[in-house]
Design a binder for this molecule. Structure first.
Ligand code: ADP
Length: 234
């Protein structure tokens, strides 16, 4: 009999921690499905579904979508991934959401991108964009040839409202208030999740290398054409 091991992970990290990039590489390298709550919400808004119209009002005001709404959406989507290993990104963001996820699924590991806030602030506030094309520059490691101007058109670069120092500070504070309790929930809850989460949480400062994650996704088989992934506990 072929044993099929499903691997279920959650990735957490403040805005600007590189969560998108890291998630992309993990799902590609380890053959996981990627479910991002932000993407799910944007797809609902785009289709102008009833729920899409409801969540838009919250998102436009920079507020979190109510727990029952987002939990229903995400758990509904996960039902379509019953036989898959997956990486959940952006959910859970509150303890209530973590509890509803816990009632439905066993989570094998929680990856916490623990990037110092000072690093994030520096990273985000040094980002400048050319609004017409969306070209992105970084004054530290990818500066424009002429300071403040787009390389191709010579037009002025702007800083996104979201990337202005005062806004970045606010976003980081909000993340800390909302998310710390979720990390604590995973670290201290009394069952298997906490053991695995404790062992697997780790810090990444600047550079992400897929090798760093190999230990985390240690046992990897593709028997029966199925990806079988287990978390390394030691
Ligand atoms: P960001 O990381 O900048 O918040 P996302 O793409 O993850 O961007 O999410 C966009 C918006 O969708 C959030 O600002 C929030 O309003 C809403 N959202 C996403 N995930 C959740 C969640 N788990 N709970 C509540 N609201 C959420």
């Amino acid at each position: 009999m072929v044993v099929r091991v499903l691997f279920r992970a959650v990735i957490m990290g403040p805005p600007g921690s590189g969560k998108g990039t890291v998630s992309d590489r993990i799902v590609k390298s380890f053959g996981l499905k990627h479910l991002s709550s932000g993407d799910v919400l944007r797809a609902n808004m785009k289709s102008q579904s009833e729920i899409g119209l409801l969540v838009k009002s919250y998102i436009d005001q920079g507020q979190l979508v109510p727990d029952d709404v987002i939990s229903r959406l995400i758990l509904g989507d996960l039902k379509h991934l019953e036989n898959c290993s997956w990486l959940l990104d952006g959910f859970p963001r509150t303890v209530t959401q973590a509890e509803s996820l816990h009632q439905a699924y066993h989570i094998d590991t929680v990856i916490n991108l623990d990037v110092p806030f000072e690093t994030i602030k520096e990273r985000l506030t040094s980002r400048w964009v050319h609004p017409a094309s969306g070209r992105v520059y970084n004054t530290n490691f990818n500066p424009p040839k002429i300071p403040g101007l787009d390389n191709i058109t010579g037009e002025p670069l702007v800083q996104r409202n979201d990337d202005k120092p005062e806004t970045v500070t606010k976003r980081l504070k909000a993340y800390e208030t909302q998310t710390k309790p979720v990390l604590e929930y995973y670290s201290h809850s009394s069952d298997l999740v906490s053991d695995i989460a404790n062992h697997c949480m780790f810090s990444r400062a600047h550079i992400f290398k897929i090798e760093d994650y190999k230990e985390l996704f240690a046992e990897y088989n593709d028997r029966d054409e199925t990806f079988c992934i287990r978390c390394a506990i030691d």
